[in-house]
Design a protein around this ligand. Structure first.
Ligand code: NAD
Length: 482
């Protein structure tokens, strides 16, 4: 068991000083902890913010090419360590090793994409009404930004926040989920090795209740970017908004995949299975509602159930189709929702139990419910596990109504060969991401990402070529000749 320090403050690795014990477990084999260490104290979180504050001016003034070079170096180092990073990720988060390799490769791609923003996050030169006045805008870093991240994409999510914030000249404090501190530490080690000056990046691993307030209310914090659950995100958004600071919150989803009768049904079923059960359903964009036209409902339902029953399950290191839930608590929530759905009258078509031979880990079978009504909790609340509800609808209008009948609005999809219907769906769906003949999951780094309604603060989006906007002030300059 490792006891190496997990807190990185002002360029030093130090032990946590709080009474919170953080225990890292392999979700496939949780009895033997992989690591246990004390979480950061409030005072240490405060020290991390102060260190970032002290370091922020020189990083902001560093030549863009210098910031860019460090971030390219990080990308190269991530690539070079791909296999061992993937193993670290799978051991603490549980996802299949091939998915972890993909996520690590994506992290490198993210650093490469955003490295170039060091030089391209520019303002505008605007025609002036007065020929003696030069009018332009500049983008300047916020200063100190707190980055708070969940466990489900534990290297990709910190990477896209870190890379954008650092490229644009901010100093940061990263607070990863306590479920996945090992991969966060390895990422910060790579940033340090790539030459990032001490204090520009700080790592605080601790309980949200202990360190969270310091990272959101300290007077030196100039902005907060959060990804996680809607409950935590709303709390943070309110706290930060009271100070009038920029806050970005990307939160939960209840993502519908609509299947119309003219769809390529094989493709729709493949996509539903991947979207619902890939990553054990632990994606904010996971497909959790399959909204199917009644003409094809029984065919699609039978195929989904058959495919779900054919998925292989096991420890992530064995590279199955589906790994375990991240923790006992998450898997208990999954089991509770299975009971809730049954009690509400949904029909359990497959799954819902613990797979044979995997009783020691946090495993649950891929689960499909039929006879789901839109007002049931299983159709309204984010389960964040491998539980798919099939909702049968009579026509396109009902499909639209059901798809939009939730508080969330993150991702969505429609399968159809009727492009007029696809266009109508794209126009009317209340979701930040729309896929036509594609999965609710998955995104490209060069495309913006974010939701609507309770899924997102709907400030500037993450990723894409304008992701830097959140991390910068826009200053408007009128410069006249004397
Ligand atoms: P969570 O909200 O429990 O935790 C997220 C982070 O917030 C963790 O680092 C946690 O320690 C921290 N935190 C908790 N309380 C805090 C406080 N008071 N102050 C500051 N920080 C605090 O979420 P989770 O269980 O880690 O992740 C799963 C959730 O994340 C799901 O709801 C999922 O939909 C969502 N998610 C959203 C996106 C997106 O882009 N929309 C992406 C991935 C995950």
């Amino acid at each position: 068991m490792s006891t190496t320090a997990y807190q990185y403050v002002d360029g030093e690795w130090i032990e946590g000083e709080s009474d919170d014990e953080i225990t890292v477990r392999d979700p496939a084999d949780p009895d033997d902890p992989i690591a246990a260490f004390p979480g950061a104290s409030q005072a240490q979180a405060r020290a991390a913010v102060r260190a970032a504050d002290t370091a922020s001016a020189s990083w902001a003034e560093a030549a863009p090419v210098e910031r860019e070079e460090v971030l390219y170096e990080v990308a190269d180092r991530i690539d070079a360590a791909q296999d061992s990073l993937a193993e670290t990720l799978t051991r603490e988060e549980g996802k299949p090793i091939s998915s972890s390799r993909g996520e690590v490769a994506r992290a490198a791609e993210i650093f490469r994409f955003f490295a170039s923003q060091a030089r391209t996050a520019t303002g505008d030169t605007v025609p002036s009404n007065d020929p003696e006045t030069f009018t332009y805008t500049v983008r300047e870093p916020l200063g100190v930004v707190s980055l708070i991240t969940p466990w489900n994409f534990p290297i990709a999510t910190p990477s896209w926040k870190l890379a954008t914030a650092l490229a644009t000249g901010n100093a940061v404090v990263l607070k990863p989920s306590s479920e996945t501190p090992m991969i966060a530490r390895r990422l910060v080690e790579l940033l340090e090795a790539a030459g990032l000056p001490g204090g520009v990046v700080n790592l605080v691993v601790g309980a949200g209740s202990t360190v969270g307030d310091e990272l959101t209310t300290h007077e030196a914090v100039d902005g907060v970017s959060f990804t996680g659950s809607t409950a935590t995100g709303q709390h943070i958004a309110e706290t930060v908004a009271e100070r009038g600071l920029p806050v970005q919150t990307e939160m939960g989803g209840k993502n519908p995949l609509v299947v119309l009768p003219d769809a390529d049904l094989d493709a729709a079923v493949d996509t539903a299975i991947a979207g619902a059960f890939g990553g054990c359903g632990q994606a904010c964009t996971a497909t959790s509602r399959l909204v199917v036209h009644e003409d094809v409902a029984s065919e699609v339902t039978d195929a989904v159930v058959e495919r779900a029953e054919g998925l292989s399950l096991g420890p992530g290191m064995d590279d199955p189709d589906m790994g375990p839930a991240v923790s006992a608590a998450e898997n208990e929530t999954n089991a509770e929702y299975v009971e809730v759905a049954k009690d509400e009258g949904a029909t359990l078509l497959t799954g819902g139990g613990t797979p044979a031979g995997l009783e020691d880990g946090h495993f649950i079978e891929p689960t499909v419910f039929g006879d789901v009504d839109s007002e049931m909790r299983i159709a309204q609340e984010e389960v964040f596990g491998p539980v798919l509800g099939i909702i049968e609808v009579a026509d396109f209008e009902e499909a639209m109504a059901v798809a939009n009948d939730v508080d969330y609005g993150l991702s969505s999809g429609v399968f159809t060969s009727d492009m007029a219907a696809a266009r109508e769906f794209t126009r009317r769906i209340e979701a930040g991401v729309v896929k036509v003949n594609g999965s609710t999951t998955g995104s490209q780094i060069q495309m913006p990402f974010g939701g609507m309604k309770a899924s997102s603060s709907e400030t500037t989006k993450e990723m894409g070529k304008r992701a830097y906007e959140f991390y910068t002030h826009e200053k408007v300059v009128y410069r006249s000749d004397p």
